[in-house]
Ligand binder design. Sequence first.
Ligand code: SF4
Length: 308
Amino acid sequence: MQKVINGCMKTNIKSYKNGNFRTFIDLNDGTKIRETDEDEFIADFAESMDVKICNYCDIGCPMCHEGSTTKGKFGDILNEKFIQTLHPYQEIAIGGGDATSHPDLIPFLYELREKRVIANLTVNQIHFEKKQDLIKKLVDNHLIYGLGISLVNPTEKFIELVKQYPNAVIHVINGVLKPEDVKALENNNLKILILGYKHLRRGNEYFDAAHEKIEKNQKWLYDNLEGMLDKFKVVSFDNLAIEQLNVKRLLSQEEWDEFYMGNDGQSTYYIDMVERKFARSSTAHMNKRYDLLDSVDDMFNVIRMEND
Ligand code: SF4
């Protein structure tokens, strides 16, 4: 369905049935609505998967919970059988490592587009700025829809560049995000996604070395979160940030029911194509990661059984 609202703002809404509900997603800005006549949403298949395609990255962030380095490997992303089992309009959120450095990224995205899978990509700000030609090509050819950009430094140039991408969401980390970052970003009609601080791999080491600074930033964000909400076009959270910042305290029950998309593993899970493992989320304990299966639905069922 394509339609025009107010004669200028285009929407591109797709809808599909999944279990006892219907999902509507606007591919132009990522807005998603789920509707059901029942009390809870029960999915037949995962609505989205976080997919790690490589562990290579040349940035070396001290808090990298993936532990990515220039020695990191690339997943064999063109040859995994589960790709053939993806459902139309199922979403995959592709990340790394530096996913833009994967040599098979473009053919992989063409294959997903062929299957009408909605691919979203997360890149670091430094790669976003350096690889504009690639990013533009991916967006213009509808090879990716959502574009996540991990914040490094909110310069004016960066903010202006982000504004050129209606589907861009700036990713920030609770504890790494500083008050001055928020000041620079606010009132620019931007969308931000606040991620919880992950105590995993280098995230653990960095926390040990810099916990005073991290905790100070976390306290500031906790205390100032409410005031931030109307200074951005959208403020969203991953489940870890919802917990760390106790986001529920800021919403009425009605708002919460409308806003909360469910626990990890309820409609989403994580696939690591480098290590060939899947899990409830990217922060799952190493003994709660399972060998990759040939079907996305079989993997989802394993995760759901783990939840029960
Ligand atoms: S956090 Fe992202 S950009 Fe930084 S080293 Fe890890 S993968 Fe690279």
